[in-house]
Design a protein around this ligand. Structure first.
Ligand code: GUN
Length: 282
C-alpha cells in the first residue's frame, strides 16, 4: 500500500551545497566575482536579484548588481555587457530576464562571453549541452538533477517526462536527463492526452507555469515528481504546477513548493560562478 511520498527538502540540500561552495571559496587565492544586471524594476525580478546578490556575498564572492533604468537602450546595455566581458574581476555575468520589450534579449545573451555565462543561456553553452558535452549548464535544470541524485532516484533507463519546452528549464533538463540515460519525453501545450503520457513515466518534471495543472491521477504510483512551478494559488499563496495534496499520496518522491526546486537555482548559480572562475583563472 502507498504510504505517502518522500518529500525532498530542497532548502536543506541547497544550504549544504552553499556551505560546500563557501568552503571552496575560502581555499582560493582570489574571490570569484558575480555581476547581476537588472534592467527596470519588475517586482519579482527585483526580489530574485536581491536574493542572488545576498547569496553570492554570503559564500564570499565579490558580488555586484548593476541596476539600469527601464528605458535603457539596446546599445547601452550591450556596452555594459562588453565592459563586464573585459573586466578581469568578473567571472560570472547574469542578465536578469525578462528584459523590457524594446530590448532584444537574444542579442544581449549572445553578447555575454560564453565563459562568463553563468546562466548557461549563450548558444555556445546550449549547443555544448545538446551535444552531450555540458559546460556551463542552466541553473534550475542543474538543481533538478542534483535533487534527483540526492534522493537516489535511478535515472538510467527510467521513463522521464518533462512538461514544458522553455529554453530556461524544459529543453535543458530534458538534455540532462538524456545524458543520464533516461528515456525522455518532452510534452507541451500541443501534446495529445498529456495525462496518459505522464501516467507511463517514472519521473515527472513539471515546468509549465500553470497552477496545480498536474493532478494526482496523472501520476504513476511510486513515481518521482519534481515541481518547478511557482504560481499564485486561488487563495493567494504560492502553489506549484502540481496539485501537491493529491500527488503526495500517489508519488514515491516529490518536491514541495516552496522549498523544493527554488532554493537549488541560486545554489547552482553560485556553483556555476565557481566553475567559471576556476576555468578562467586556472
Ligand atoms: N528569470 C527567471 N529565471 C531566470 C534565470 O534563471 N536566469 C535569468 N537570467 N533570469 C531569469
Amino acid at each position: 500500500m502507498q504510504r505517502g511520498a518522500h518529500i525532498i527538502d530542497g532548502k536543506a540540500v541547497a544550504a549544504r551545497l552553499r556551505i560546500k561552495i563557501a568552503e571552496k571559496v575560502q581555499a582560493l587565492p582570489y574571490r570569484p566575482g558575480l555581476t547581476v544586471v537588472l534592467v527596470g524594476e519588475d517586482p519579482a525580478s527585483t526580489v530574485y536579484v536581491r536574493n542572488k546578490e545576498r547569496a553570492a556575498h554570503e559564500v564570499g564572492f565579490e558580488s555586484n548588481t548593476i541596476r539600469l533604468p527601464v528605458d535603457t537602450s539596446q546599445s547601452a546595455l550591450h556596452a555594459c555587457i562588453t565592459q563586464l566581458n573585459e573586466d578581469p574581476g568578473v567571472d560570472g555575468i547574469l542578465v536578469q530576464l525578462p528584459l523590457p520589450s524594446h530590448i532584444d534579449a537574444g542579442l544581449i545573451v549572445r553578447a555575454i562571453d560564453p565563459l562568463k555565462d553563468v546562466d548557461g543561456f549563450h548558444p555556445e553553452n546550449v549547443a555544448a549541452l545538446a551535444l552531450g558535452m555540458p559546460r556551463l549548464v542552466p541553473c534550475t535544470p542543474r538543481g533538478i538533477l542534483l535533487l534527483l541524485r540526492e534522493a537516489e532516484v535511478p535515472l538510467r533507463g527510467a521513463r522521464a517526462i518533462v512538461l514544458g519546452r522553455s529554453n530556461i528549464v524544459g529543453r535543458p533538463v530534458a538534455s540532462l536527463l538524456l545524458a543520464a540515460d533516461a528515456t525522455v519525453t518532452i510534452a507541451h501545450s500541443r501534446t495529445r492526452d498529456i495525462a496518459s503520457e505522464c501516467r507511463r513515466c517514472d519521473i515527472l518534471i513539471a515546468a509549465i507555469g500553470r497552477a496545480e495543472f498536474v493532478r494526482g491521477d496523472w501520476i504513476a504510483p511510486g513515481a518521482t515528481v519534481i515541481d518547478v512551478g511557482i504560481n499564485r494559488g486561488t487563495h493567494g499563496g504560492l502553489v506549484g504546477d502540481v496539485a501537491f495534496g493529491e500527488a503526495v499520496s500517489v508519488a514515491g518522491v516529490i518536491t514541495p513548493v516552496p522549498g523544493g526546486v527554488g532554493p537549488m537555482t541560486i545554489a547552482c548559480l553560485l556553483e556555476n560562478t565557481l566553475i567559471a572562475a576556476a576555468a578562467r583563472r586556472g
